[in-house]
Design a protein around this ligand. Structure first.
Ligand SMILES: CC(C)(COP(=O)(O)OP(=O)(O)OC[C@H]1O[C@@H](n2cnc3c(N)ncnc32)[C@H](O)[C@@H]1OP(=O)(O)O)[C@@H](O)C(=O)NCCC(=O)NCCS
Length: 163
């Protein structure tokens, strides 16, 4: 059974940092390379970085399957949209509708905040996730390049789901 719990303790942030380390290395090194992933993990997904993001309005949630941590979500309320900053599931647990359950949870959150849409960014070469987002009702509204420092950029598409 899938459970989605709010992450609000140092122990939760450590568990998420561990999941990020596994998932990002496995998934993104072939897409953007090891140097950029080392940089992004330490800048955005250390336990301390996550705690700072939570202090600045990001909400993190840990996903478990039969009590085992299998993934995590992060969202941020914006003026018009709920920004889906992160949704990551361990590779062996993908394709089992855990992402779909997560998206239903995120939609409920957007509705609670009386927001009309969910937006996200996804690497232009993250083909499988783009396909999953399309199946989950998101539309690609075009490219978005973001400078993240140290000579790295995030080369993304922006996708939106109206709810
Ligand atoms: C993207 C991700 C969160 C989706 O979660 P998931 O649990 O694998 O997806 P689900 O099993 O819930 O599938 C959701 C829908 O997408 C479809 N889907 C999932 N992967 C797909 C793929 N590779 N190709 C086509 N459709 C796909 C499913 O068929 C399902 O649609 P349906 O209900 O109409 O049948 C997950 O695959 C993941 O963590 N990927 C790697 C990390 C990543 O890139 N995260 C996003 C960063 S922007």
């Amino acid at each position: 059974m899938v459970e989605i719990i709010i992450a609000n303790t140092k122990n939760h942030y450590s568990q998420i940092a561990k999941l990020a380390d596994v998932i990002w290395r496995e998934h993104y090194i072939p897409i953007v390379g090891k140097q950029q992933i080392d940089y992004m993990l330490s800048k955005y997904q250390s336990a301390i970085a996550i705690e700072e993001q939570v202090a600045n309005g990001f909400e993190y949630f840990l996903m478990t399957f039969d009590k085992t941590p299998v993934g995590y979500i992060s969202v941020k309320k914006e003026v018009e949209s709920l920004f889906l900053s992160k949704i990551y599931i361990l590779s062996v647990y993908r394709g089992k509708k855990i992402g779909k359950a997560a998206m239903a949870f995120i939609e409920e959150k957007a509705e609670d905040y009386e927001l009309k849409s969910i937006r996200l960014t996804v690497n232009i070469n993250n083909t499988n996730s783009i396909k999953a987002y399309e199946k989950l009702g998101f539309a690609n509204i075009g490219p978005l390049v973001t400078d993240i420092g140290n000579g790295f950029v995030m080369d993304d598409y922006q996708m939106v789901k109206t709810i």
